[in-house]
Design a protein around this ligand. Structure first.
Ligand code: ZN
Length: 274
């Protein structure tokens, strides 16, 4: 029968089949093939002998945390304490698009922002929505829940952005996510424990160590192509990187304010770090 891995503790995988959980071990062939089943995997199990027989093709996967088949990542983005960082936001968006995961921005700590900052955030929201990225704020819980129904979701964000608060508001869980990732950041834990919780028909993965995202293993061209607003540009050079080239349509659009300057500047920074 077919099910979904929702938890892994020391090579024992909890596989959810309808409403029942089977604790399974992977078959030896996976080790020989150097394949590790991941939380999120759709698998075929032998429910009698409690073995994972096969892993269905993944639509995406992450290595840190180890998880697959993620539909959406909520990028929890604080406006104050910690201050709004558009570089971090754009890095996270780029990382997720490169991994074939749809980003959703959730602004938090609006109550700490002054009117000027709120206006800026309003403009930013319109821009990101225009390039196809859904934007919410963390007070819109019902809208967020409605949007995520039936989906597998991870939540990322800086420590202090309110990740555990949001998870606990979405469902009545007692997860201390920020504390866990803080401990991971200091290298004290090496746990890879990832678990998917079903809350009101949303599959939320609790993913420690998901706050620092490094874009490694991708070319500058792939990063460029992960910027949706660059895709219909009409530059003189066919393979334009929109950097030092002449007659660059993207740079024109930045000047005409059709492309957000911070998005463009962050793109240049991201490709310069590759
Ligand atoms: Zn260009």
């Amino acid at each position: 029968m077919q099910g979904k891995i929702i938890k892994n503790i020391s090579n024992t995988y909890s596989v959810l089949v309808e409403d029942k959980i089977y604790e399974c071990k992977p078959r030896g062939k996976f080790r020989n093939l150097n394949i590790t089943p991941l939380v999120g995997d759709e698998v075929i199990i032998d429910e009698v002998n409690k073995y994972i027989l096969d892993i269905l093709p993944r639509k995406n996967e992450l290595n840190r945390p180890y998880i697959s088949n993620v539909d959406y990542a909520l990028i929890l983005t604080s406006l104050k304490t910690p201050d709004l960082s558009l570089l971090l936001l754009d890095k996270q968006i780029t990382f997720l698009i490169l991994h074939k995961i749809k980003p959703i921005i959730v602004f938090s700590k609006l109550d700490l922002a002054d009117e000027e900052l709120l206006n800026t955030v309003n403009e930013l929201s319109n821009y990101y929505e225009r390039i196809g990225i859904k934007v919410f704020n963390n007070n819109e819980l019902e809208r967020i829940k409605e949007f995520l129904k039936g989906k597998e979701v991870v939540i990322t964000g800086q420590t202090g952005a309110g990740k555990s608060t949001l998870i606990n508001k979405l469902g009545d869980l007692n997860i201390k996510t920020d504390e866990i990732s803080y401990a991971l950041g200091r290298g004290k834990h090496t746990t890879r424990h990832v678990e998917i919780y079903n809350i009101d028909d949303i599959n939320i993965a609790d993913t420690p160590g998901f706050s620092a995202l490094d874009i490694v293993g991708y070319s500058k061209e792939e990063i460029r192509d992960a910027y949706p607003e660059f895709n219909d540009s009409n530059c003189k050079f066919k393979d334009c990187m929109h950097n030092k080239e002449r007659e660059c349509n993207v740079k024109d659009k930045v000047e005409k304010k059709l492309i957000l300057k911070s998005r463009y500047d962050n793109y240049i920074r991201i490709i310069s770090e590759v």
